[in-house]
Write a protein that binds this ligand. Structure first.
Ligand SMILES: [Zn+2]
Length: 559
């Protein structure tokens, strides 16, 4: 019997071999959706997975994280490979595949030598806000500092502008740095009014799309005023938490310190403090995803043969994490509620994109992780603390060695900018000034390493992870003279609340989940980089990689 089947089996095998050699045509998505969850550390995927929805339900609907983890490509060891681990930089990497040394996005804020002033990563007075009160025209926003293209930019160029590219986030820098230069629409939330706004960079005529204006007029955020954020899981679920009593919470306006958290910002009626409180609740993620659904419907994303891109950032997780820390009931709860909301959004896409989820490529990742609360680590006996580097102290140290003068231009987060004018007038060698400043900074508590510009440009670096990250993140036209890296569990400023920014695993490990069109489901344990997302999407879309792209295509996860 077996023998009679053999020729057929051989023929089938030959066909398969021929097909494989020819390379089967890839499944092109009609819509790519990238969702970045702000401050979502990779371990949240597994620590809370018993509280997530099942991957699929009998009625054909899909779950949230477990749908991606069990029915999609789940990368268990994904990291960002830059420094510092902050929102602006993380979001700039997602869809450019470019580290800061190419993208120019070296931090959330830096000192701009051309402007001779400190600046925010996406501020641009030439691109006034649209939909927000900005009488002095000082608050403009654009991607003018982003020196490379995004997947969306390349898709626009590859399709004669026909592809639609949109982004929505409560944080302007998240939306803008994922969208890039050629996006059709980029929306972020005005924390003074709760309205979706944009800038003239994207809306040349100074108006919002009519459907966005209608949404703003309906004041849907105000409907959350006076509601409570209630714990959504059984109390027994909190047993896994290391520090559930919120003994070291950071400042969170108007939410109180325990469940149920009243969402009013301490006000009698909606106002800026309420919008700030709202942004720190799971309701804000829901509102962002509601608006993402509206974008898909109103702008007709995923409805034709030309692929579209929608980038979304969910920021409530970050605000909540800063306030209560990664081991709090609040972070557990927002994670579980994010799962529910993602499920709802995926099921919306299944119904509203032509051909359903099989035609959508979904990517879920995060811009950075988070460190445990420093005060809690100190209690536990770790070497932990808050670094206190200030301009006056560095100035004094330089003056003591090199003589009087205005030596320090600015210190912005991890970057120290020396005053080049003083160095030149006083005829001090540049490297001498750098070395004096570096020598002083290296002696400060909690500072692990200080890299100088000369050292970075000459490549005098140790061959280790931190040095490579710093080198990969040093932009000669944007970065300072010195880059400071703190010790593990040391953060700038204060020991209560939680924060992120360091090159350690708690800050670098993030989800990298892919599902849908073109994706081969599986659990992949090899270490991968967030730099790999952009080339993988470029491959799926059949377009040129973004200009600064240097990751690898995640070929194991592609059909
Ligand atoms: Zn943050």
């Amino acid at each position: 019997m077996v023998r009679t089947f053999r020729p057929i089996a051989l023929a089938v095998l030959c066909l398969l071999v021929v097909a494989a050699a020819a390379g089967a045509a890839p499944v092109r998505p009609k819509l790519v959706v990238l969702i970045s969850i702000d401050q979502f550390r990779a371990d949240y995927q597994t620590r809370f997975d018993d509280l997530f929805l099942p991957p699929t339900a009998k009625n054909g609907t899909v779950g949230g994280f477990r749908y991606l983890m069990e029915k999609g490509a789940y990368h268990t060891d994904a990291h960002h490979d830059h420094f510092p681990l902050v929102t602006g930089v993380g979001h700039s990497v997602h869809l450019t595949g470019a580290p800061p040394y190419k993208s120019g996005i070296v931090a959330n804020d830096w000192f701009d030598r051309d402007l001779n002033a400190e600046r925010y990563c996406v501020s641009d007075t030439k691109s006034p806000l649209v939909g927000a009160a900005d009488p002095d025209g000082k608050l403009g926003i654009s991607p003018s500092t982003l020196r490379v293209s995004t997947v969306g930019d390349e898709l626009k160029m590859a399709t004669g502008g026909q592809a639609k590219v949109w982004a929505v986030a409560t944080k302007d820098r998240a939306a803008v740095l994922m969208a890039g230069h050629l996006a059709d629409g980029v929306l972020w939330l005005d924390d003074q009014t709760g309205a979706w706004i944009s800038s003239r960079y994207y809306r040349k005529d100074g108006t919002l799309p009519p459907w966005v204006s209608d949404l703003n007029a309906a004041k849907k955020v105000d409907a959350f005023f006076g509601k409570n954020w209630e714990l959504s899981v059984p109390p027994a679920a909190l047993k896994r938490l290391w520090t559930p009593d919120n003994a070291s919470v950071g400042p969170r306006p108007g939410l109180g310190t325990t469940f149920p958290h009243p969402v009013n910002g301490g006000l009698e009626q909606p106002g800026p403090a309420f919008y700030g409180a709202f942004l720190s609740t799971p309701f804000a993620n829901g509102y962002t995803l509601d608006t993402a659904e509206e974008i898909v419907k109103q702008e007709k994303l995923g409805q034709d043969a030309i692929p579209d891109i929608l980038a979304i950032n969910l920021s409530a997780n970050d605000y909540i994490g800063h306030g209560f820390g990664p081991d709090s009931a609040e972070v557990l709860d927002v994670t579980v509620q994010t799962d529910l909301r993602l499920s709802r959004f995926f099921n919306f896409l299944a119904k509203n994109v032509q051909g359903g989820l099989a035609n959508v490529t979904i990517v879920v990742t995060a811009d950075h992780g988070v460190a445990p609360i420093v005060a809690e680590m100190q209690k536990a006996g770790f070497n932990a603390g808050a670094t206190q580097v200030n301009k006056d102290a560095v100035q004094k140290a330089l003056a003591a060695e090199l003589g009087p003068g205005d030596w320090v231009q600015a210190i912005v987060d991890d970057n120290v900018y020396l005053n080049l004018q003083t160095i030149s007038t006083k005829k001090i060698s540049y490297t001498r000034a750098e070395d004096v400043a570096a020598g002083f900074l290296r002696q400060q508590p909690g500072i692990y390493a200080v890299y100088t510009r000369s050292q970075l440009l000459d490549g005098q670096m140790l061959d280790n992870d931190i040095s490579q990250r710093v080198a990969r993140s040093f932009h000669p036209k944007v970065s300072g003279e010195l880059i400071m890296v703190s010790d593990p569990y040391w953060v700038p400023g204060r020991t209560t609340g939680a924060t992120h920014g360091t090159p350690y695993a708690y800050d670098t490990s993030v989800p990298l989940l892919l599902a849908g069109a073109g994706i081969k489901p599986g659990r992949y344990t090899e270490r991968v980089s967030t730099l790999d997302i952009a080339p993988t999407l470029s491959d799926l879309l059949g377009i040129l990689q973004p200009s600064g792209c240097e990751g690898h295509v995640l070929s194991q996860a592609l059909k």
